[in-house]
Design a protein around this ligand. Structure first.
Ligand SMILES: NC(=O)c1ccc[n+]([C@@H]2O[C@H](COP(=O)([O-])OP(=O)(O)OC[C@H]3O[C@@H](n4cnc5c(N)ncnc54)[C@H](OP(=O)(O)O)[C@@H]3O)[C@@H](O)[C@H]2O)c1
Length: 284
């Protein structure tokens, strides 16, 4: 593995995924709608990785942005400039699920190329993805109906990645689409808030698009626990499960940094195929 394209790279999960992948020596193409707003991706620091104060995905809508200049703006940065929490990130800090530390990592003298793109447009996906070994999508929008955005993105990723001959896709899912009990998704449990359910149903519809895909795309959707994620320090450790909520080990949240470790692991060394997988922390 040496080249990973990340859609939604300027978001909370995206910033951590970029830093994680580059620190392992991968070359990352960071896809954002407006590169001018995401120059921080070229030199991630604890400050730029932190979630800005303000709306969170599950609670509030954010204003839309003008999208996709026709010509991608590109800039590069070397991994030597990357430090998070005062230390270098590295694949060797993983290990909670028994993977070899750093195993299978092909150092390509990694760096970031920042490009404009639209994850809901198959032509844009194909254009930015060509030549990559794997794709990660952590794109999200709250200012359009969830089902509209996630279904459009899933369709564009299926078609665009096929055109670009990229065979592996790792998506960020949501824990509320996991089963709380056999056959019962968390968002269908009694008392689940209606607004959050509507958002979750968009993710569920995205899953159906992926399940119906006939292009041979090797996808996996990683669903964090149904809690807010935070900017706690990276531990490099996590659990993968199946389609059910993983038993709680007492944690109230899950760090974006560890979610990013799992996303990059599954892009780099796939272990799950064409399925929804729960991911959660180890502590407790
Ligand atoms: N507990 C859980 O299960 C849980 C918790 C957190 C997140 N999640 C899921 O993880 C995913 C990522 O969440 P997040 O917190 O990182 O979201 P986020 O901070 O809102 O970031 C989303 C990013 O997607 C980008 N984007 C929007 N439309 C796009 C498009 N058409 N093309 C390319 N990029 C586009 C946005 O770009 P701009 O910068 O241009 O606006 C933004 O930077 C979401 O699907 C969310 O539902 C799950």
């Amino acid at each position: 593995m040496s080249k990973i394209v990340i859609f939604g790279a300027g978001g909370r999960a995206g910033r951590h995924a970029v830093a994680e992948a580059v620190a392992r020596g991968h070359h990352v193409t960071a896809v954002v709608r407006d590169p001018a707003r995401h120059q921080h991706l070229l030199s991630p620091t604890p400050a730029t990785l932190a979630t800005p104060a303000g709306p969170t995905p599950a609670t509030l809508a954010t204003p839309g942005d003008p999208t996709s200049p026709a010509t991608p703006a590109t800039q590069d940065v070397t991994p030597a400039s990357l430090a998070v929490d005062g230390r270098r990130l590295g694949g060797g800090e993983r290990g909670g699920h028994g993977r070899p530390a750093g195993g299978g990592i092909a150092s390509a003298g990694g760096g970031v190329t920042l490009v404009a793109g639209d994850v809901t447009d198959a032509g844009s996906v194909a254009a930015v993805a060509v030549g990559h070994d794997a794709a990660i999508s952590v794109a999200a929008r709250l200012d359009v109906p969830s089902a509209e955005f996630y279904v459009a993105a899933a369709r564009a990723l299926v078609e665009g990645l096929a055109r670009a001959a990229v065979g592996r896709l790792v998506l960020a899912g949501i824990g509320t689409t996991l089963e709380a009990a056999p056959g019962v998704m968390v968002h269908d449990t009694p008392g689940f808030p209606e607004e959050a359910r509507a958002f979750s149903l968009g993710h569920a519809a995205e899953l159906e698009v992926l399940r119906d895909a006939s292009t041979g795309l090797d996808w996996v959707v990683l669903a964090p626990p149904p809690v807010f994620l935070d900017d706690a320090p990276r531990t490099g450790r996590y659990r993968l499960g199946g389609g059910q909520v993983l038993p709680s080990s007492g944690e109230a949240t899950f760090p974006y940094a560890d979610f990013a470790v799992a996303l990059v692991d599954e892009a780099q060394t796939p272990t799950r195929h064409r399925t929804l997988v729960a991911v959660a922390g180890l502590q407790g």
